[in-house]
Design a protein around this ligand. Structure first.
Ligand SMILES: [Zn+2]
Length: 323
């Protein structure tokens, strides 16, 4: 709109009725939110553009599509934008992303987020897991100093699956066997005293030394002191990996020997367990995504929808992701 016409338009605004103002705002707000989301996306992915077909980094600007600058490869003419190659490519309604990420910071269920934003449940589900697919990787590289490790178990859940290997259980439900069985998914958590936390879903049933090698080995500084409970798998793993290890014998009533305890990791377990409850049984194949989400929230590490969007784009901004 030309500047002069815009000034006239602004003058007319004062004559609007309350209902007209509301209608106008209803039209403008989504557009403003789209602008905010687009700005964030384009600032977050500035110079890493590479042609998805030929890998070239030489582009022409080629108009805009769905709010985003489109680029055309000088070499092969393929077009792409800042989201090409990310899990967020081709997701629609960018104007609502930041509100959706806000509802994730509030830990709302898929259904509740859908109702709040007026989107379909299937969309809410797709967005949730696309937003989490890279943010779950926003983890510390290695643990150092004293690192506690312990596992917790949650019932396996096929929620949302079309085929069930067994008779359906009521949501939540109880295991049919006592103790740790192959109905239970293991969640392994390791946390050092600076609060850096790593976790994995090694599989069903009790954790094994081989799983500890696979997940834990490369993520501990060589001079780390690993503190665990008396589970034999940790002892075997530490011996084979040449890692200093102290076991606290919880069964014998020893909870703390000076600095040697697993209370930080167990406190993390209990926050995680409490946080998972309202979701009423997370499908096992999505557990990893939920662990990443929990880590983003723990200790207020990711505080704003903007920061969560950057994590979802796989962009690390150290100032935003310190612990
Ligand atoms: Zn190309």
């Amino acid at each position: 709109m030309q500047a002069r016409r815009f000034e006239l338009f602004l003058k007319d605004l004062s004559a609007l009725t309350r209902r007209q103002r509301e209608r106008l705002l209803g039209l403008l707000l989504p557009a403003v939110k789209l602008d905010q989301a687009v700005d964030l996306i384009e600032q977050s992915t500035p110079h890493r553009l590479a042609c998805p077909r030929c890998g070239s980094d030489r582009f022409h600007r080629h108009g805009r599509a769905n709010g985003l600058q489109r680029y055309r490869c000088r070499n092969c003419a393929r077009t792409c934008n800042a989201l090409t190659g990310t899990p967020l490519a081709r997701l629609r309604h960018k104007g609502r992303w930041l509100d959706y990420l806000g509802s994730m910071l509030e830990s709302h269920s898929i259904r509740r987020a859908a109702a709040q934003l007026g989107i379909a449940g299937a969309t809410s589900f797709r967005w949730r897991h696309r937003f989490l697919s890279l943010s779950k990787n926003d983890r510390p590289q290695r643990l150092s100093g004293i690192a506690e490790a312990d596992e917790m178990y949650v019932l396996e859940s096929h929620k949302g699956s079309r085929t069930l290997e067994r008779a359906p259980r009521k949501r939540g439900g109880k295991a049919t066997k006592r103790g740790i069985s192959h109905e239970q998914m293991c969640i392994l958590v390791a946390r050092d005293r600076s609060g850096q936390t790593l976790d994995w879903v090694p599989g069903k049933g009790p954790v094994t030394p081989a799983q500890l090698h696979e997940h834990l080995k490369g993520r501990l500084e060589p001079d780390v002191l690993l503190v665990t409970d008396a589970h034999a798998a940790y002892r075997a793993f530490a011996r084979e990996a040449g890692i200093s290890h102290e076991a606290v014998n919880l069964k014998a009533g020893t909870r703390v020997r000076g600095a040697l305890h697993v209370q930080n990791v167990n406190a993390y377990h209990s926050r995680l367990r409490g946080w998972l409850l309202p979701f009423r049984g997370v499908a096992s194949r999505y557990l990893g995504n939920y662990l990443g989400w929990r880590w983003a929230l723990d200790g207020g590490r990711v505080k704003t929808p903007d920061a969560l969007l950057q994590a979802a784009l796989g962009v690390r901004r150290p100032a935003l992701f310190h612990t």
